[in-house]
Write a protein that binds this ligand. Structure first.
Ligand code: ZN
Length: 211
């Protein structure tokens, strides 16, 4: 799943996972779990962070390989947050083929509108939206009752910067997959489109590709 921050990528990926009965794998979650469980790899990852370094691609790929060798991935999986660069894509190819790159195209102003009203749970990281995806009780997480807050990097000035970085970083990777004829773009031009509509569209795109 490809999409700028605030495109709803994580939400769609998780709904898609339910619809298609294949797991949604977020590399960010994999890294966090590894650190939390204090595995060997988790300790190494911690060392990189402590030194202010990025976690090397091959380490992320090791995590990914471990995850996708589990039986629930036998019929496929959805990747979210990885790869982000061409070298990462090449590392990924060593452990698994990719079939389809779903590219979410969302105009900047829509993202800014959506992120500016986004709320995150302090305890479990679940995401809500003051306008489109309200929690049952204001200010409280539906799942764990944790406190909801606005992340610093969800403020409009910061969002613009993040979007620029995203486009600069991922444009070459997108072109890489275009050349492989794997990219299917889904355009989402309005902030309030219900997630199920986008998910339906993604599924129909996947099915055309299969046939
Ligand atoms: Zn929560």
């Amino acid at each position: 799943m490809f999409g700028p921050p605030g495109s709803g990528k994580g939400t769609y990926a998780s709904r898609l996972s339910t619809e298609l009965s294949i797991p949604h794998i977020s590399t960010g979650d994999l890294v966090r779990d590894e650190i939390k469980n204090q595995t060997e790899l988790g300790k190494r990852i911690n060392d990189y962070s402590a030194r202010g370094q990025l976690v090397p691609d091959n380490v992320i790929c090791q995590l990914l390989q471990k995850r996708i060798s589990r039986p629930d991935c036998a019929k496929g999986f959805i990747l979210d947050g990885f790869p982000r660069t061409i070298p990462q894509a090449q590392e990924l190819e060593k452990i698994s083929a990719t079939d389809i790159v779903v590219n979410l195209e969302v105009p900047d102003e829509v993202i800014i509108e959506r992120l500016a009203s986004r709320l995150t749970c302090r305890k479990c990281g679940a995401i809500y939206n003051q306008r489109f995806l309200k929690p049952r009780t204001e200010g409280k997480c539906d799942k764990c009752e944790g406190q909801l807050y606005q992340r610093d990097d969800d403020r409009p000035s910061v969002i613009q910067e993040r979007l620029q970085v995203y486009r600069r970083q991922t444009q070459p990777l997108l072109e890489y997959y275009v050349k492989k004829n794997q990219v299917k773009s889904i355009s989402n031009k309005e902030a309030g489109v219900p997630p199920e509509r986008i998910v339906e569209e993604i599924i129909s795109v996947i099915q055309t590709k299969k046939n």
